[in-house]
Design a protein around this ligand. Structure first.
Ligand code: HEM
Ligand SMILES: *[C@@H]1O[C@H](CO)[C@@H](O)[C@H](O)[C@H]1NC(C)=O
Ligand SMILES: *[C@@H]1O[C@H](CO)[C@@H](O)[C@H](O)[C@H]1NC(C)=O
Length: 330
């Protein structure tokens, strides 16, 4: 595609999505920082690409981060706050649901560089979303015309994270409840789970599919491999258990392999495998495994809905943090 054609397409998608969500965009727009901090999106992209060279597995962790941030209240960077008893902040990372999240320092590195150019302008919530968008694209996935202009929370919600971040064995009913409440179709919900085309899961996240009873929907070959990998790891549930399996067979590439794997009984987590067996979602799995374009199209709108739901604006008790780890001190 020529640059002009692709720019035109991005503009068109941007217009459609802005229209689609008008009334609920809460002051956000594509290119919100164009005046106050020109080139911020290009800067984030360049830093992200540089950081991925240092640790290519960080991309998956930071894509998961956007979900775990947005799922608790909204995309408000509450997940980045560290313990601060004086201000009543208990880090969300204490929640077992956030097990495996790593490389948060990459977000801080991006923030520090942006603060040097445009102090106090760009929110941490937006940086999380922009970084995830860039990870998807630089791993081979679609270009997502994200809106910016989110504000950061002044508190963290550890207890809420405990209950509201879904567990590995989430059913299709629960899944549809979570994501249709953010305005997604079933197709978009399935596409969003396609985020598991990247990264890894630790043994504790899928071991209960192997023992005491083998989950019959799992391919016997995969089950054998996983038992070998995780042998003896059942009881270790803290961060010392670093054994992990690939989420799909091409786990550094954002492609539709995840859906082909699901169709072949090679879903790793129960939530993944459920998509292939439930009649509401199994046909969509097959369609996405046959057409990467259809997967990507649905993924783009799903990602926009995930990252736009209920965000904080100027009208809320919110701020642009200067340090993503702590609320501003005045
Ligand atoms: C109900 C929905 C979901 C459930 C139950 C779920 C559950 C999980 C679990 C249990 C893991 C493995 C954690 C570990 O063992 O280290 C994981 C990994 C991951 N999840 Fe999800 N997830 C869901 C939705 C999403 C969404 C919406 C995204 C992105 C927008 C996402 C992105 C990822 C990524 C990229 C990884 C790999 C992380 C890494 O390599 O460190 N997930 N997910
Ligand atoms: C993790 O669990 C193991 C086994 O139960 C224990 O020996 C170890 O001290 C724990 N580590 C942490 C950091 O809690
Ligand atoms: C940001 O805040 C954290 C937590 O208070 C602190 O440890 C860190 O040094 C701060 N970073 C900068 C660049 O000031």
């Amino acid at each position: 595609m020529t640059t002009m054609a692709s720019t035109a397409m991005i503009l068109m998608v941007a217009m459609i999505t802005t229209t689609l969500f008008s009334g609920s965009t809460r002051g956000m727009q594509v290119g919100y920082y164009d005046q106050q901090c020109p080139h911020v999106e290009r800067t984030v992209k360049e830093i992200v690409e540089g950081l991925l060279l240092k640790d290519v597995t960080a991309g998956a962790s930071l894509l998961r981060l956007v979900f775990h941030d947005c799922q608790v209240k909204a995309c408000d960077a509450s997940i980045l706050l560290v313990d601060d008893p004086r201000n009543g902040v208990l880090s969300e990372l204490h929640s077992p649901k956030n097990f495996g999240i790593r490389r948060l320092n990459f977000i801080n590195i991006i923030k520090e560089q942006i603060e040097r150019r445009c102090p106090g302008v760009v929110s941490c919530a937006d940086i999380i979303v922009l970084a995830a968008r860039d990870i998807v694209r630089s791993s081979g996935g679609p270009t997502i015309p994200v809106l910016t202009g989110r504000k950061d929370s002044k508190q963290a919600y550890k207890e809420l994270a405990d209950v509201i971040v879904p567990p590995a064995d989430t059913t299709v009913d629960e899944l549809l409840q979570i994501f249709t409440s953010k305005g997604m179709t079933i197709e978009e919900t399935v596409a969003l789970l396609g985020s598991h085309t990247l990264g890894v899961s630790h043994c504790k996240s899928f071991y209960n599919r192997l023992e005491p009873q083998l989950d019959k929907s799992m391919s016997p070959a995969l089950a054998e491999d996983l038992k070998l990998l995780c042998h003896g790891q059942k009881v270790v549930t803290n961060a010392t258990n670093l054994l992990a399996a690939f989420n799909d067979r091409t786990n550094l590439v954002f492609d539709n392999q995840y859906f082909s794997d699901l169709a072949a009984g090679r879903g790793l987590l129960a939530v993944d495998a459920n998509l292939a067996s439930d009649p509401r979602t199994s046909q969509i799995v097959l369609r996405f495994s046959a057409s990467e374009r259809e997967f990507f199209n649905a993924y783009v709108t799903a990602f926009l809905k995930l990252t736009q739901a209920a965000v904080l604006s100027d009208h809320d008790d919110a701020e642009v943090r200067t340090n993503c780890s702590a609320i501003n001190q005045y």
